[in-house]
Write a protein that binds this ligand. Structure first.
Ligand SMILES: NC(=O)c1ccc[n+]([C@@H]2O[C@H](COP(=O)([O-])OP(=O)(O)OC[C@H]3O[C@@H](n4cnc5c(N)ncnc54)[C@H](O)[C@@H]3O)[C@@H](O)[C@H]2O)c1
Ligand SMILES: O=C(O)C1=N[C@H](C(=O)O)CCC1
Length: 246
């Protein structure tokens, strides 16, 4: 499979390593220094594109891939406010896109456990819940896309929660978290690839589930597997469509 890498930073470079190991060829690598090469004709040399760029540039890249009619995997976070517009555009143009806030198998297992736990906690109102996320200091968006996915699943499954609010340590502070809100507490610490915790606390105890990424390898391998899965498909998908946890 020929792959176009849109975004060749921390993630793009590790994705390239896994792509080559799995027998693929990387035919285009785009970063801030060679944006003029991100053209429809160059993209058409690839079977699939993988975007790990920046929150502010992902939408434009997605439209360029739609113009090239090339299947696209989007790992970039921070653009989900425009998700519905992109979904409509993808479906009306009969092209294909798969996106996900986190491509690692471990985090996708964690997503499943989080949903089951949130459903169970409907019967236990003594517990309040909060989400915590820690990432490296170069991260441009807060909260992390993964933390948003976790909080939205809690809201969808735990009747007493209706929205999330975000606090970024040292930058934004929430004075009062209302009872129907899920607090996402974000921290930025050097060299942390990604840590997410869901914490249920009562007066007498706490229940905590936690995922700690030891490196970016899980995200990168997941992105290549997602590209292999998407290559001959048409439609709009989420990474959860690849997994079938019982
Ligand atoms: N879904 C996941 O599993 C997952 C995992 C890790 C990171 N991410 C997300 O992926 C994105 C990239 O993360 P990173 O750590 O590799 O960031 P990074 O800053 O290391 O790399 C970003 C790359 O994008 C390039 N870039 C800048 N403008 C561009 C443009 N207009 N078009 C194409 N490329 C452009 C930069 O030059 C750089 O090479 C972030 O949004 C991050 O949150 C997602
Ligand atoms: O390093 C990042 O940036 C990450 N971004 C994703 C997110 O926002 O959830 C996934 C984890 C790493």
């Amino acid at each position: 499979m020929n792959i176009a890498l849109i975004g060749y930073g921390k993630m793009g470079q590790i994705i390239e390593r896994f792509a080559l190991e799995r027998g693929h060829e990387v035919v285009l690598k785009i970063s801030a220094g060679n944006l003029d090469e991100l053209t429809v004709s160059n993209l058409r040399k690839a079977d699939v594109a993988i975007d790990f760029s920046t929150p502010d540039t992902a939408i434009k890249n997605i439209y360029t891939c739609f113009d090239a009619n090339i299947p696209l995997v989007v790992g970039t976070t921070g653009w989900y406010g425009q998700l519905q517009e992109i979904k409509n555009e993808c479906l009306s143009r009969n092209t294909s896109l798969l996106y996900g806030s986190n491509f690692s198998i471990g985090v996708n297992l964690f997503f499943h456990i989080n949903e089951v736990l949130a459903k169970i906690m409907n019967d236990y109102p003594a517990y309040d819940v909060q989400v915590e996320e820690i990432h490296h200091t170069q991260k441009l968006d807060a909260p992390s896309g993964t933390a948003m996915t976790i909080a939205e699943a809690i809201i969808d499954n735990l009747d007493r929660k209706t929205e999330w609010v975000n606090e970024l340590e040292g930058q934004t502070e929430i004075e009062v978290v209302k009872q129907d809100q899920v607090l996402i507490a974000s921290q930025r610490i050097e060299n942390i690839p990604g840590t997410h915790t869901v914490l249920y606390s009562s007066e007498v105890d706490e229940i905590e589930i936690k995922h700690t990424a030891h490196s970016r390898a899980g995200f990168a391998l997941g992105a290549v597997v997602a590209a292999e899965w998407l290559k001959n498909k048409q439609g709009f998908y989420n990474i959860s469509d690849i997994f079938n946890f019982k």
